[in-house]
Design a protein around this ligand. Structure first.
Ligand SMILES: Nc1ncnc2c1ncn2[C@@H]1O[C@H](COP(=O)(O)OP(=O)(O)OP(=O)(O)O)[C@@H](O)[C@H]1O
Ligand SMILES: [Mg+2]
Length: 290
C-alpha cells in the first residue's frame, strides 16, 4: 500500500517557505544521554474515548526508546499527538526544552521531530530518489519564488540534495531502486524509503511506527540492524514495535502503554519481568513476553 487513508492526510513537507537553513553537520557526541524530549501529561480524547490519559515520559539523546502496548493502547495516537498530526486535548511535548504546543506538523518536522507512518505514506508516482529529496526540501534555504525562478543557489542545492538523497538511499539499502517509482518498490523497500525520507529532514528524534510490520523474521532482523546503525550515527529513535523479542533486543529503554495510560517505563530486562506488563499481554498470546 502506498497511500495512507485512515489518518489526517496532511504531509509534513509541504511548506518550503517556512524552512530555515540546513546545517550539514550534526553535533551529537557531546550530549548523548541528556534529555532530548519531555512528554508531559499528554492527553488525547476522541469524544468519549480517552486514547491517551496523562502520559509522561522522557526521551534521552542517543537512545532507542521502545513504545509498546497491546492493540489500541494509544501508541500511534501518542506519535500523532507528539508530531502535530493531532492537537492534544491537554499536556505538552518539549523538544530541547521548547514547547511544541499549537505548532503545525511541518513546523514540528522542521524543529527536528520526524516520523514514519504505520500505514506507509509515500508519493507513489514519484521516484524513490524524489521522495527523499522532498524530505530534504524541508531543510532548504531557498524560498518558493527562488525555486520557481531556478536561481543559481537553488540549482546548487538541488544537486547537493540529489547527492544527499542518494547517500540516504544507500544508507537504508535501496539505492539500486533510486529511479523506480515508489509504488513499484517492494513493500520492504517502501518501508526503508519512508525511513530515508524521514532521515532527510535531519531529525533530532526519529519516530518509527511499526517499521517492521509485515516483515518476515529475517527482514525484521535486518531492519533492527538498520535501526541500530541509525542510532550509532547519532540519531535518537522512538520505536513502536509489536514483536517483543525484537523490541527487547534493540531498545535501551521501553515505555509500556495500556488503555491510554503509561503502565511501565524501564530497561528491557525489567519490562520483561514486570507482572503488570505480562498481564497486559496475556490477551495476545502471539506476543511472548515471558
Ligand atoms: N482519529 C481517531 N478518532 C477516534 N478514535 C481514534 C482515532 N485514532 C485513534 N483512535 C482510538 O484511540 C485508541 C488508540 O488507538 P491507537 O491507534 O493509538 O492504538 P495503537 O496502540 O497504535 O494500536 P495498534 O497496535 O493497533 O496500532 C483506539 O481505541 C483507537 O480506536
Ligand atoms: Mg498503532
Amino acid at each position: 500500500m502506498v497511500s495512507e487513508t485512515t489518518s489526517t492526510p496532511e504531509e509534513s513537507f509541504d511548506d518550503p517557505n517556512l524552512v530555515e537553513g540546513a546545517e550539514a553537520e550534526r553535533a551529537i557526541a557531546v550530549d548523548v544521554g541528556e534529555r532530548l524530549v519531555e512528554v508531559r501529561d499528554l492527553t488525547m480524547r476522541f469524544g468519549g474515548l480517552l486514547a491517551l490519559d496523562s502520559v509522561s515520559f522522557d526521551i534521552n539523546r542517543g537512545e532507542i526508546l521502545g513504545l509498546i502496548g497491546p492493540n489500541g493502547a494509544g501508541k500511534t495516537t501518542c506519535f500523532n499527538a507528539m508530531t502535530g498530526v493531532y492537537r492534544p486535548t491537554s499536556g505538552d511535548v518539549l523538544l530541547e526544552g521548547v514547547s511544541l504546543k499549537g505548532r503545525k506538523q511541518h513546523r514540528i518536522t522542521r524543529m527536528g521531530l520526524a516520523r514514519t507512518f504505520q500505514n506507509i505514506r509515500l508519493f507513489g508516482e514519484m521516484t524513490a530518489l524524489e521522495n527523499v529529496v522532498v524530505g530534504l526540501d524541508a531543510r532548504h534555504r531557498t524560498s518558493v519564488p527562488g525555486a520557481l525562478l531556478r536561481l543559481p543557489r537553488h540549482i546548487r542545492e538541488e544537486r547537493s540534495a540529489i547527492d544527499r538523497a542518494m547517500a540516504l538511499l544507500e544508507f537504508v539499502g535501496i539505492d539500486q531502486h533510486a529511479e523506480k517509482r515508489a509504488r513499484e518498490l517492494s513493500y520492504g523497500s517502501q518501508r526503508r524509503l519512508e525511513i530515508a525520507r524521514a532521515l532527510a529532514t535531519d531529525p533530532k528524534l526519529l519516530c518509527l511506527d511499526e517499521p517492521a510490520a509485515g516483515f518476515n523474521p529475517a527482514e525484521k532482523e535486518e531492519l533492527m540492524a538498520l535501526i541500530r546503525t541509525i542510532r550509532d550515527e547519532g540519531y535518537t529513535v522512538l520505536l513502536i514495535e509489536h514483536d517483543m523479542k525484537l523490541v527487547m533486543g534493540v531498545t535501551d529503554r521501553i515505555v509500556v502503554l495500556e488503555f491510554g495510560k503509561k503502565l511501565a517505563d524501564d530497561v528491557p530486562h525489567a519490562i520483561r519481568n514486570d507482572p503488570r506488563v505480562i498481564a497486559a499481554y496475556l490477551g495476545e498470546p502471539e506476543d511472548d513476553v515471558a
